[in-house]
Each structure stands twice: as structure tokens, then as C-alpha cells.
Design a protein around this ligand. Structure first.
Ligand SMILES: *[C@@H]1O[C@H](CO)[C@@H](O)[C@H](O)[C@H]1NC(C)=O
Ligand SMILES: *[C@@H]1O[C@H](CO)[C@@H](O)[C@H](O)[C@H]1NC(C)=O
Ligand SMILES: *[C@@H]1O[C@H](CO)[C@@H](O)[C@H](O)[C@H]1NC(C)=O
Ligand SMILES: *[C@@H]1O[C@H](CO)[C@@H](O)[C@H](O)[C@H]1NC(C)=O
Ligand SMILES: CC(=O)N[C@H]1CO[C@H](CO)[C@@H](O)[C@@H]1O
Length: 474
């Protein structure tokens, strides 16, 4: 009797990692379990916008499990596999949100900066802000997120270089911040979490920015001040455009020799509106995937600048916008089996040497003397910050969304819930109908051999790192 109830309990309580670890190999993002390339199908997630970030308030986008459950359910249904979160407060508890996104197979791309003074580099005078206390803030974000298996990467900076003037002074400081973050992660994180830069798509300085950050000073690809990935916020595809009209062809050509993975850290021009998202099949099609690793749609929630997929009300209710439906339809045209099964091709690419001839625009920095670690910061890197925030995966026991969520046509969605993935899968689009009043989450169907995959994963990553996710039977 005891044995059979234990077995019954085990059957209800699935041990899962939900996501497989993603690593950088050459210019490919690679799924460490399958060995195939990984394509990001993401959305930016910053309800309240950057002005909504207020450390005194006790909330940030990943601090409230009830809110994350609602949004994870809608994102799972949409078919995304990653979120980008710009402004987090490292001293808040993110365990439930991180665990919910992990359980539904969604990775997290986390910016270490915030718009507040002292929490980012000043693009006009970076030397005034590159301080030990600034670095302490960035390391605190690493500490807060390093233990979540679904943390895919950290962004060291977002559009800090956005014109020729900032291109003249910021680059050495950007490499310094990348170096410090990578050294900190190497010393204090069990898993090697990559560090990316997110660039403004300012074409006159884009290639110089990429070259400055991807080149090697030491002759080795492990040079700590090299960015592990290069991302750009690109809005050049507007409306029913094309590969050439959007100048995506120029991007593919510019980055065709990249030594690091390149992806869109934002995309989704909103003029004309509503959006048609015809760039989606192109970004994930044969013209772009040889060079790019997918991208992140800007953005999940409707804010004053009108890029939202979902309207979130102050009482917690939400309504899908037509852009959500359109994006979902575009995602559902993708052959995910093909897309996430592309074999890794460029795993050992030699980065260019850092020399002034790599920089082509007069006025853009070609000074490859990287600033020294500021006074006091080496101790932080060597010993770790104190106090250090910490995060851990927790069981996700609730799956049903409690808030009222309406379809774009006003119908209330029934039975909206997350589907906890039980076999180490990431989320994918799979054809949920946007017009159905049934909320059918788009969890990936079990793959053949899922069990084998899971047991090899357990061996690979160790039982200790497994998150125990129980369905709500208590
Ligand atoms: C470093 O960060 C931690 C965690 O946010 C914070 O508690 C501490 O006060 C910071 N120290 C300094 C010197 O800024
Ligand atoms: C929540 O707010 C929305 C928008 O203001 C409103 O339409 C809706 O009736 C409110 N729901 C509840 C339960 O108060
Ligand atoms: C999707 O891609 C897989 C793998 O390349 C292929 O076997 C399958 O036929 C494709 N499905 C469709 C509907 O094209
Ligand atoms: C290059 O940058 C370093 C700091 O990163 C600075 O000390 C040095 O003066 C700069 N050299 C030139 C020629 O501007
Ligand atoms: C970045 C890079 O070198 N990409 C290449 C990877 O391999 C494919 C196929 O050989 C090329 O088309 C890409 O240009």
C-alpha cells in the first residue's frame, strides 16, 4: 500500500529540467544536448516599460509569480522560447517567475544594467561611471540569476554605442565591462553563462561596433574582453517589406564571417500598424539562418510607444491585441522540427585580431587599450560580492491562470493555464488557433526518444541541478 502510493505520487510528480542548456560554439548557438543549432524565438518582456523600473517599489518584471504565470501561459501559447528582461532588481526574489518560465520551456536573456544613475555606463563619459559600485550592481544581477538553468545569457550593455560620438569613447569601456562580467562568471558560476552586447542598428557604426567587440586581443577566442555574442535591435523591416527592401540582405552579408553568434535582440517595426510580421518567415528561413540565430520581438506588453502584443490592465486582467494573433500565425508557419534541427556548422571560427585596420569609420574608437579594473573591483571579482543575492528553482505547483484574459475579439479565454513540460523541452509554436476561445497552450509534443534524452540529461547535468516540478496534487 505504502509502495503503491509512493508510485502514484511519483507518477504525479515529474522531475524535469524543462530546458536544455544552450552554449556558444564559434558563431553558432548550440543545444548542448542535441548538438544542433538553437534559434531564439523570443519576446522582450518589460511590463511597465523602462520607466516602470523602480527598485524602491519591491517589484520588477520577474518578482510576481501570479503575473508571470499569466504571461508565461500566453507566451507558451504564442510559441516563444525566450524572453529578454531589461531592468531587474537583483535584491528581489525571482525564484517563482524563473521556475515558471523554466517549466514552460522559456529561456531568459537578462540585462545587467538599468536606466538609473550609477546602474549603467554613461555613453558620453563612460569613465565617470565605470566604477566599482557600478560593477557591484552588474555582479549582483549575475548572482541573482546564475543558478537558474534557463538563464541563457547576460547583456553587458544595450545601445550604449548609438552614434559616432559614443563610438569614439565607449568601446574600450564596453570591452572592460564584458571582461569583468566574464571573469566574475568564470569565478563564481558553476555554469559558463555567455555575455552578449545589444547594439543599436545604426548602420554607419554597426560593423565597427561588431568588429571592435568580437575581435581578440590575446589571439585566442577565450579572450575575456571579447563579447560571446553580438545582438542588434533592428527595425529596418517595416510592413510588407522584403529581404532586400528591408536591407536584411546587407546585414546577412555584413555578418557572414562572424566569429560569434549574431541575433536580433529586438525587432518588429510598428509602422504601419497593425503589424504583419512578414519578417518572421524570412528571419527563420534559408536566407537568414546561415548567419543569424533568430531574435526577440519588441515587445510583450503594450506601453505608450505602441509595440505591445498584450494589453495589461492595472487590476491584473489582460487582453490579447491583434498583433499577438498575427505574430502567432506567422510563428505557426515555421517548421520547428527543421529549424531547431539545423546542424551546427561554424563551431570553430577564428576571431579577427584587434587592430586599428579593423575599424573603418573615422572617429570610431580604434584604441584597443582596455581600461584597468577600477579601484576595489578586483576584490569583488576575486572574492565575490557581499551580500550576494541568490536564486534557486522552486516547485511550480499552480498552473491555472487566475486573472481574466480576453481574446482580441473580447471573448474571455477559458481554462487558460501553463502546460508544464515534462520531458526537457523548450517551448515552440505548434499551431494553436488564435481565434479559438479555448486556450490551448502550445507546448511541444513529446519527441520520440524523450525518455532517452531525459536520462542522458540527468547524467550530464547531475541530479542536483534538476528542478522538481510537481503538478498540483497536494
Ligand atoms: C553590492 O550589491 C549587493 C547586492 O545588491 C548590495 O547589497 C551591496 O550593498 C552592494 N555593495 C556596494 C558596495 O554597492
Ligand atoms: C479590470 O480593468 C479593465 C480595464 O480597465 C476593465 O475593463 C475590467 O472590467 C476590470 N476587471 C475587473 C475584474 O475589475
Ligand atoms: C519539417 O522539417 C522536417 C525536418 O526537416 C521534415 O522532415 C518535415 O517533412 C517538415 N514538415 C513539413 C510540414 O514541411
Ligand atoms: C586608449 O584608451 C586608454 C584607456 O582605455 C587610455 O588610457 C589611452 O590614453 C587611450 N589612448 C589614446 C591614444 O587615446
Ligand atoms: C558566420 C559564418 O561563418 N557563417 C557561415 C556558416 O556556414 C555556412 C555554410 O557553410 C555559411 O553559409 C555561413 O556564412
Amino acid at each position: 500500500m505504502l509502495v503503491s502510493s509512493a508510485i502514484a505520487l511519483l507518477a504525479l510528480c515529474a522531475t524535469t529540467l524543462a530546458v536544455q542548456s544552450i552554449v556558444v560554439k564559434g558563431s553558432d548557438l548550440v543545444n548542448a544536448v542535441t548538438g544542433n543549432r538553437f534559434q531564439l524565438l523570443g519576446v522582450a518582456y518589460q511590463p511597465g516599460g523602462s520607466s516602470g523600473y523602480n527598485p524602491g517599489s519591491g517589484i520588477d518584471p520577474l518578482s510576481d509569480g501570479t503575473v508571470c504565470l499569466r504571461d508565461a501561459a500566453l507566451m507558451q501559447r504564442l510559441g516563444v522560447n525566450a524572453i529578454r528582461v531589461y531592468n531587474v532588481d537583483p535584491d528581489l526574489n525571482h525564484d517563482m517567475c524563473a521556475s515558471i518560465f523554466n517549466a514552460v520551456g522559456i529561456y531568459m536573456l537578462i540585462d545587467v544594467n538599468s536606466p538609473l544613475a550609477g546602474e549603467s555606463l554613461d555613453r558620453g563619459a563612460p569613465w565617470t561611471t565605470y566604477t566599482s559600485s557600478y560593477l557591484n550592481r552588474t555582479f549582483a544581477v549575475v548572482e541573482a540569476f546564475k543558478s537558474y538553468e534557463n538563464t541563457l545569457l547576460f547583456f553587458a550593455g544595450n545601445e550604449v554605442i548609438n552614434d559616432l560620438a559614443s563610438g569614439g569613447v565607449v568601446p574600450p569601456y564596453m570591452r572592460a565591462v564584458i571582461r569583468d562580467l566574464k571573469n566574475y562568471i568564470a569565478k563564481h558560476s558553476k555554469r559558463s553563462i555567455p555575455v552578449s552586447y545589444s547594439a543599436a542598428d545604426v548602420r554607419t557604426i554597426l560593423v565597427d561596433t561588431w568588429n571592435y567587440l568580437q575581435c581578440t586581443l590575446t589571439g585566442s577566442s577565450t579572450d575575456p574582453s571579447r563579447a560571446d555574442l553580438f545582438a542588434l535591435n533592428s527595425y529596418s523591416w517595416c510592413g510588407a517589406s522584403s529581404f532586400t527592401t528591408s536591407s536584411y540582405d546587407v546585414l546577412v552579408s555584413d555578418f557572414s564571417s562572424t566569429s560569434v553568434p549574431v541575433f536580433f535582440s529586438e525587432y518588429g517595426c510598428n509602422k504601419p500598424s497593425p503589424r504583419v510580421f512578414t519578417e518572421v518567415p524570412v528571419i527563420y528561413g534559408p536566407l537568414m539562418t546561415p548567419v543569424l540565430s533568430g531574435g526577440m520581438v519588441y515587445e510583450y506588453s503594450e506601453e505608450p510607444d505602441d509595440y505591445g502584443l498584450v494589453q495589461i490592465n492595472s487590476n491584473g486582467s489582460a487582453q490579447l491585441l491583434v498583433d499577438y494573433d498575427t505574430l502567432q500565425k506567422q510563428f505557426n508557419t515555421l517548421n520547428v522540427t527543421y529549424l531547431q534541427g539545423l546542424s551546427a556548422q561554424n563551431v570553430s571560427v577564428t576571431p579577427p585580431k584587434c587592430t586599428s585596420s579593423l575599424i573603418t569609420t573615422s572617429g570610431f574608437s580604434s584604441n584597443f587599450t582596455i581600461p584597468d579594473v577600477p579601484a576595489g573591483a578586483q576584490t569583488l571579482i576575486d572574492n565575490g560580492i557581499s551580500p550576494a543575492p541568490s536564486g534557486k528553482m522552486v516547485p511550480v505547483t499552480a498552473s491555472k491562470v487566475s486573472q481574466v484574459v480576453q481574446q482580441s475579439n473580447g471573448d474571455i479565454m477559458q481554462n487558460l493555464a501553463i502546460t508544464i513540460l515534462a520531458d526537457d523541452q523548450s517551448n515552440n509554436p505548434n499551431g494553436a488557433s488564435p481565434t479559438s476561445s479555448e486556450a490551448s497552450p502550445s507546448a511541444t509534443k513529446k519527441k520520440n526518444g524523450g525518455e532517452t534524452l531525459k536520462s542522458s540529461l540527468s547524467v550530464l547535468l547531475g541530479v542536483a541541478s534538476l528542478a522538481v516540478v510537481c503538478t498540483s496534487f497536494l
